[in-house]
Structure formats: structure tokens, C-alpha cells
Design a protein around this ligand. Structure first.
Ligand code: XMP
Length: 326
């Protein structure tokens, strides 16, 4: 199999034709590597794991077992889309695990951001391990490692990190897109027939909405993050900002403020909108969203999202702020 260094002669995959050639070659290599054995994949629904799933479905079909863990911190509609695209349309062997209560119980009362990240990561591995133990005859573990992961870290990214599995569950790795850059993974995903909103979607942190529901996560504030994020994404798409703005999302802090609705006093949470542009996520500038659109989104969020009475727009570049709030 390919090493961990991208050959200088390797052509950048920029067209459907080049993507198809890559797919053809990978399908051959994957079949040679895997034979008639089974492969396991943690399928988050993000670009990288989705492209790996689609490649493996093409190469080995039902020998691929995808495990989709719903940890309750996904965006609105994401688990449904994973089931629709992979189980219904691509006929994948997909195990859907509803682990929402389990994650939220573990996270209850935990306010420190890094502790929250650790709990989410550790619990993810535990759930994945339990599912892996239920399956017989798995010999390979597929991962959506991409080239920047190899260049920037030890080759394992946080949300694909199932490397923490115990000794007896160490499988041979299958990493078919590990020499590709993100834009190439997207071109390949498109050639594999994945929907645009999966292939071209904005970055989403591994701990998901967990780091956007600030402090100790509560179900009411988590729903406020999910619903306000869905409205923001819908409005950005309707107004030509989808695909133009690098990353945009909402955050709900763990304090309330006074407001008024239907002549009655309210005491509810604010929603903070963040929309930024960057090339490498090391620095970022704030998107100049038209004021009327911000007012329109504010109106929708305050009338449609429960427990919210105020909306703010974060004007801070990185530095001094980070892109996420936690
Ligand atoms: P910050 O907040 O550090 O974010 O400016 C830079 C980029 O990284 C993403 N991010 C994460 N991604 N796990 C991830 O997989 C994480 O824990 C995490 N924290 C931040 C963030 O969304 C932004 O794109």
C-alpha cells in the first residue's frame, strides 16, 4: 500500500476525470488489500469519512460495516441524512447507534471545555468499541485520514481517533484518502455521487455542538443551539452565503438576560452568531453579513427558537478570539 508521503509527481485531483481515475485505482487496491474480509468504519457524516465510506461501498460493498454514533451533538438533520444517503441510497451495511442519553448523562454538570472534549472523545471510543465487539470477523479499520492530518499531527485526527481501542481490537488500517488534500477529497466525493451538502459542507468540530453549548450542557440550551444553527444555515443558503463564508454557526452561553414577549417579561438565553473566513483556521476575519439579513435572522431565531430572547453578532477576528467559543 501507499506510504505516508505524497509523491511529488502525484497530480492534483481537480476534475471529475482525475477523480474517476483515482477511484478506479483505489477500488482495485482496496479489493486487493481487503479480499473477502470485513472492514469497520466510524461514519460521522463529515466529508472525509463519507468519502471513505462511498469508496469502500464501491470496492467491497456489504463487507463494509459503517457505524454511525449519534452522540446528541450533531447538527439538525445530520443523523437522518447519514441514514438516507448510506443505508437507503447506497445500500450500505450501516449500524446506527442512538447514544444521545449516554453522552448527555456523562456530560451533565461538566463545564470545563477540555474536560467536555475528553469525555466526548472517550465515550465515542467506548461506544465504538462496544459495537465492534458485537461484530464477528472484522479485520480492517477504515479511517478518513487526509494529508493535512499526516502533515500537521501524528496522522490521526480527533474525530477519527478510534486509535484508543484496546489491544484485542487493533485492526489493520485502511486509509484510502490519506494522500489527498481537502479540495481533492471533495472532488472525489462528488464523483462518487455524494450530495453537495455533504461534500461541500463547512468544517464541523469533532465534539460538535458540545463546544457551542457553553459551560455545562443542558438539553434546553443544546436544542437552542441546534435550532438556531439550522435557521442560520437555511438563511445563509437562501441568501447566497453558503459556500462563500468559510464557517458559520451559533453559540448559546450559560447565562440569561431579561427580555419581553407578548407584553410579558422573559428571562432567557442569548444566541451568538459567528461567521468567519480563513484559509488555514490559524487566523480569521469576520464576514460582513448584510445588516438586514442579520436583523431577519434575529427575528426568526427569537420567534422560532424556545428559551431565546436576544441575538448577538460576534465581530471579533482571530486573533484575539478563536473561531469557536470553547
Ligand atoms: P479555533 O476555535 O481554534 O478553531 O479557532 C479552528 C478550527 O478548528 C475547529 N475546531 C475543532 N475541530 N475538534 C475538531 O475536530 C475540536 O475539538 C475543535 N476545536 C475547534 C473549529 O471549528 C475551526 O474550524
Amino acid at each position: 500500500m501507499q506510504g505516508n508521503v505524497r509523491p511529488e509527481t502525484m497530480e492534483r485531483i481537480t476534475t471529475p476525470e482525475l477523480a474517476n481515475a483515482f477511484i478506479e485505482e483505489q477500488v482495485k487496491e482496496l479489493r486487493a488489500q481487503i479480499g473477502d474480509k470485513k472492514v469497520l468504519l466510524a461514519l460521522s457524516g463529515g466529508v472525509d469519512s463519507s468519502v471513505v465510506a462511498a469508496l469502500l461501498i464501491r470496492a467491497v460493498g456489504q463487507q463494509l460495516v459503517c457505524v454511525h454514533v449519534n452522540h446528541g451533538l450533531l447538527r439538525k438533520g445530520e443523523p437522518e441524512q447519514v441514514i438516507e444517503v448510506f443505508r437507503n441510497q447506497m445500500n450500505a451495511n450501516l449500524v446506527y447507534v442512538d447514544a444521545v442519553d449516554r453522552f448527555l448523562d456523562k456530560l451533565a454538570g461538566v463545564a470545563e471545555p477540555e474536560k467536555k472534549r475528553k469525555i466526548i472523545g472517550a465515550e465515542f471510543i467506548r461506544v465504538f468499541e462496544e459495537e465492534a465487539r458485537k461484530l464477528d470477523g472484522i479485520e480492517f479499520l477504515a479511517q478518513g485520514t487526509i494529508y493535512p492530518d499526516i502533515l500537521e499531527s501524528d496522522g490521526v485526527k480527533a474525530h477519527h481517533n478510534v486509535g484508543g481501542l484496546p489491544e484485542d481490537l487493533r485492526f489493520e488500517l485502511v486509509e484510502p484518502v490519506k494522500l489527498l488534500f481537502k479540495d481533492e477529497v471533495r472532488v472525489v466525493g462528488k464523483a462518487l455521487g455524494l450530495p453537495d451538502n455533504m461534500v461541500f459542507r463547512q468544517p464541523f468540530p469533532g465534539p460538535g455542538l458540545g463546544v457551542r453549548c457553553l459551560g455545562a450542557i443542558t438539553r434546553d440550551r443544546l436544542e437552542a443551539v441546534r435550532e438556531s444553527d439550522a435557521i442560520l444555515r437555511e438563511e445563509f443558503a437562501l441568501n447566497g452565503l453558503e459556500g462563500k463564508v468559510w464557517q458559520y454557526f451559533t453559540v448559546v452561553p450559560d447565562f440569561r438576560s431579561v427580555g419581553v414577549k407578548d407584553g410579558k417579561r422573559t428571562f432567557a438565553y442569548p444566541v451568538i452568531i459567528r461567521a468567519v473566513n480563513t484559509t488555514d483556521a490559524m487566523t480569521a476575519t469576520v464576514e460582513d453579513v448584510p445588516f438586514e439579513l442579520l436583523q431577519h435572522i434575529t427575528g426568526r431565531i427569537t420567534s422560532e427558537v424556545e428559551n431565546v430572547n436576544r441575538v448577538l453578532y460576534d465581530l471579533t477576528p482571530k486573533p484575539s478570539a478563536t473561531i469557536e467559543w470553547e
